[in-house]
Design a protein around this ligand. Structure first.
Ligand SMILES: Nc1ncnc2c1ncn2[C@@H]1O[C@H](COP(=O)(O)OP(=O)(O)OP(=O)(O)O)[C@@H](O)[C@H]1O
Ligand SMILES: [Mg+2]
Length: 341
């Protein structure tokens, strides 16, 4: 790791993407918790309207309003590192547009008026680029928001976005290009430019969540390449989620994968454990180990390909007894232990 780790130092907007189902929401939640420790205030933001964050943190469905959903663990004695706060927000383009118009034009109850006028259709159907700029705009607004009562003068120390999947992330973040054909001048264009300045600054990075399987790893590699081509949008960490390392020394993994495990040794081991190898148990065990070892070797190759991108890689364990709040705190601790966040 370099002295200044550009995945985390000075970063205030963490965009979390990845193939569907690899753990974007979970990792975004764990990251928000990890970033909030030490007395920080973090906003965790959802943009796909599925209430994944509420489910993850076991709280009622979240509105378009910032609610505190978790407290990071501080030191129990109250000395040393204090805990922090995680706030959450579910952003939808309609509410974001209403809020924006209200701020910009001082339109009160803009939302109601717009629904009547059918402006919503404009925002959601006719202009998908505008839809995205409203969501990223909300994140940028939270990043830039001031609070003179806090040290540092910012309302939030960091914003974590549970973002769209890898296949859509480039388009989602590349706002200027998407909107410029739509609004060449005026407030929306100005808004888009402000959002771009945040997204294309060193304050913003895009983290990729993956599992060690061919498809999600390939999507991660493609996603990183796509962002690099979008001048100024920076890929950040690669988070390998649900990792299940095989607890065998490398030499034995190689032997198991090659099918050259000594079954008589296995039988002896079983016997020592009080299990009689009458039904060819050692042979079955060897076959099972061999398959697991081949998977492990395949995963090493995938890890290597991820490492070759030059991005920092982190590993989060598979939580075997099902994801719950305790598991989430465990993942946050694992991120902290690897000095991510
Ligand atoms: N480290 C882990 N250990 C065990 N289970 C996990 C882990 N990470 C995520 N999961 C589980 O995997 C499933 C998918 O996770 P999650 O919802 O975070 O993925 P996602 O990428 O946000 O999915 P989607 O694309 O549907 O939004 C969930 O059931 C979650 O609890
Ligand atoms: Mg999700």
């Amino acid at each position: 790791m370099t002295s200044r780790d550009t995945d985390w130092d000075g970063v205030r907007l963490h965009v979390v993407t990845g193939k569907g189902g690899t753990g974007k929401t979970t990792v975004a939640g764990a990251l928000a918790l990890a970033l909030s420790s030490g007395g920080k205030k973090v906003l965790l933001m959802e943009v796909e309207g599925r209430q994944g964050i509420a489910q993850l943190f076991d709280v009622p469905p979240l509105p378009y309003a910032e609610r505190r959903i978790a407290v990071a663990p501080g030191s129990p004695s109250g000395q040393g590192e204090p805990g922090g706060d995680v706030f959450a927000l579910v952003a939808d383009p309609e509410s974001a547009l209403a809020e924006y118009l209200e701020m910009f034009y001082g339109m009160r109850h803009a939302g109601t008026a717009m629904t009547k006028l059918g402006v919503m259709d404009f925002a959601t159907t006719i202009a998908p680029g505008l839809r995205d700029v409203l969501l990223t705009g909300k994140a940028a607004e939270a990043v830039r928001r001031k609070d003179s009562a806090r040290s540092g003068g910012r309302a939030y120390d960091a914003v974590v976005m549970d973002a769209p999947p890898t296949g859509r992330i480039g388009r989602f973040l590349n706002v200027t290009t998407e909107v410029s054909g739509l609004a060449k001048v005026g407030p929306i264009r100005g808004h888009a430019d402000t959002v771009q300045n945040v997204i294309r600054s060193p304050q913003t990075v895009v983290h990729f969540v993956t599992v060690l399987e061919e498809m999600p790893v390939q999507e991660t590699l493609d996603g990183i390449a796509e962002l690099r081509a979008l001048d100024g949008i920076r890929p950040g960490a690669v988070v390998v989620n649900m990792a299940r390392p095989l607890a065998l020394p490398p030499a034995q993994v190689a032997a198991a994968a090659g099918g050259t495990l000594d079954t008589s040794q296995l039988a002896l081991g079983l016997k020592a454990a009080g299990i009689d190898d009458t039904a060819g148990l050692a042979g079955q065990l060897a076959a099972e180990l061999s398959e697991q070892a081949r998977t492990a070797l395949g995963q090493d190759v995938l890890l290597q390909r991820l490492a070759e991108t030059g991005q920092n890689c982190y590993e989060l364990p598979w939580i075997s007894d099902g994801m719950d709040l305790a598991g989430l705190y465990q993942l946050a601790a694992a991120l902290r232990a690897q000095r991510a966040a």
